[in-house]
Design a protein around this ligand. Structure first.
Ligand code: ZN
Length: 350
């Protein structure tokens, strides 16, 4: 397969020739600054109290979600391969030194979930999984499972497609821990340019080795998730989080009605900013349905710049002020919007 035509589309889109909005001169959305004191601290030192939810934006589509004694990683990615590495089709491998330095404490991590198989969501996952106890599992699409088959043992990989909710499928919770369950939802990947999604194949067989260059990390099915963290008696939901690391056209990616009607509200919606203007009714359709109490915007910064917390710069085509006001217009009264810098965090109380 000749990878270059599609690769050029991808690069044109990322370097900004496909810009749809110019950065505002006056910022109306406040970006939460990165606090260097916070990095690498364990949960105890972070002073996450009972009935509090700590969420750190780790960069690209990544989040670290934690309560006092439980944590979860979504789409962890720190390597930030450069445009030079991408365009010369070099193999993409985790930068272990960067992970050593910036990966949050793994002490309480009970699972890793991944939205799709592109390198900026999946390429660091083998290294993250290798650092976690063998009991900790990965939830990812069938394609992502096949892509990582050589690096993450089968008993640690859960095929999210088998549990996924969609227009025709009810969907089923996956228990990652007695007090953490996740529901994968069929979603969509916003196009990189025109209507093209770069590297969007579905992979149907285990790969004998990890994918190589940018074009080998195929998206497969794109998923959003509902994440429930249960309280200590394992009966009631302490926090419900909606997590979507790629923008989608409404109603793709929206939780099924049986979840929306079960009486548990959504405390936090973590939403992707990248390419938000290239899909329809995003995020207004979604927000009108899920009515979250809080929204956090992620995947808004350039993920090919050297990884450094606090130094995230808006992606070409992403205007956080425009997106922020779109979010606010479609949120229930008293709901809040948060836009953390790379590495910055929020704490919500119940
Ligand atoms: Zn992607």
């Amino acid at each position: 397969m000749n990878k270059y035509p599609l690769l050029m589309c991808f690069l044109l889109s990322v370097v900004g020739l496909n810009c749809q909005a110019l950065a505002s001169t006056e910022r109306t959305v406040e970006i939460i600054p990165f606090d260097p004191e916070e990095q690498r601290d364990d949960l105890g030192k972070l002073r996450v109290e009972r009935n509090q939810l700590y969420v750190r934006f780790t960069g690209a589509g990544g989040v670290y979600i934690a309560t006092k004694d439980l944590a979860l990683l979504g789409d962890p990615y720190f390597t930030n391969s450069s445009l030079g590495t991408l365009v010369t089709l070099r193999d993409l491998r985790a930068d272990e030194a960067l992970l050593d330095k910036w990966l949050p404490s793994l002490d309480h991590v009970a699972g890793v979930i991944v939205g799709h198989g592109h390198y900026d969501h999946l390429a660091d996952v083998p290294s993250v999984m290798a650092r976690l106890p063998s009991s900790v599992k990965l939830v990812a699409s069938k394609t992502s499972n096949h892509l990582l088959a050589s690096a993450v043992s089968a008993d640690r990989r859960i095929d999210a497609n088998g549990y996924m909710a969609s227009a025709s499928l009810h969907g089923e919770w996956i228990a990652l821990h007695p007090r953490i369950r996740v529901l994968p939802i069929q979603s969509e990947h916003s196009p990189h340019i025109a209507d093209i999604v770069f590297a969007s194949d579905v992979v149907n067989e285990d790969l004998a080795a990890l994918p190589g260059d940018v074009a080998d990390w195929h998206s497969g099915t794109t998923l959003s998730y509902v994440i429930d963290i249960l309280d200590e008696d394992k009966r009631d939901v302490l926090f419900r989080i909606f997590y979507q690391s790629s923008a989608s056209s409404f109603p793709l990616g929206v939780p099924p009605q049986w979840v929306l009607e079960d009486g548990v509200g959504i405390d936090l919606a973590v939403l992707c900013a990248a390419n938000y203007s290239k899909v329809s009714q995003y995020p207004e359709g979604l927000l009108t349905k899920i009515k979250p109490r809080n929204v956090m915007l992620i995947h808004w910064e350039k993920f090919w710049d050297a990884y450094l917390p606090g130094r995230g710069v808006e992606l070409p085509g992403v205007d956080l002020d425009v997106l922020g006001s779109l979010v606010m217009q479609n949120l229930p009264e008293k709901s809040s919007l948060f836009v953390p810098q790379r590495g910055a965090s929020i704490i919500l109380a119940k």
